[in-house]
Design a protein around this ligand. Sequence first.
Ligand code: SAH
Length: 239
Amino acid sequence: MIRSLFIVLALMGFLLLDLWSVRAAETNFDRQREQMIDRQLHARGIKDARVLSAMQTVPRHRFVPEALSAMAYADTPLPIGHDQTISQPYIVALMSEVLAVKPGERILEIGTGSGYQAAILAEMGAVVFTIEIVRPLADQAKINLQTQGYESVRIKIGDGYLGWPEAAPFDAIIVTCAPEKIPQPLQAQLAEGGRMVIPVGEKSHQRLMLLTKQKGKIQAQKIVDVRFVPMVDERGKRY
Ligand code: SAH
């Protein structure tokens, strides 16, 4: 009798210890996230309060492979499998800021990857549609987004070059893989007054461009030099 009581008490002790260490780890991630905002975003000129608040809220460590969670808030892109990467936090923030997302706007993302960028946009109040060409990445992104409460994000498996005509037009389009030229279907699916942020150029480096559609015409503005994974078709050929 006393022995089983002892065992039960010991088990409860272990359980509490375990809960405590999970809590401590989460607090540690919260602190890392604050430092990321301060040192990587604020310090480099990200000012949009809604971008900063979304980056503070979304747990980036839940969108990277578990073995890399300790690196989740580092100032770098990270591998997510299938030769693909989750973008560096600064680039996610910059693209979100440049896009000037307003709550309720319909946004199309090309290149779901981990689902992290989609979560940031959803956290900012956007209605998010996202397309991923690699099925296992799309499946994992769906799990990541659902687990973190972003069930409203719609994910399609397929070639994002073609856009999502049934859901067009979009107030904004964010492209997180790089084609050599701006895909015509995406330009066509942009609403009047809409914005598109897209890396364009060669395989090894590209220019991040902001396009705006005014009276049916596209105006382009260069933001910064970047390096994204290439946009490819279903046979793996580069666009
Ligand atoms: N936005 C992602 C990072 C994307 S990495 C995140 O937050 O994690 C770029 C992604 O674009 C990769 O997952 C790659 O598989 C995908 N991709 C490449 N070509 C594509 C295409 N034609 N259509 C849709 N996705 C594509």
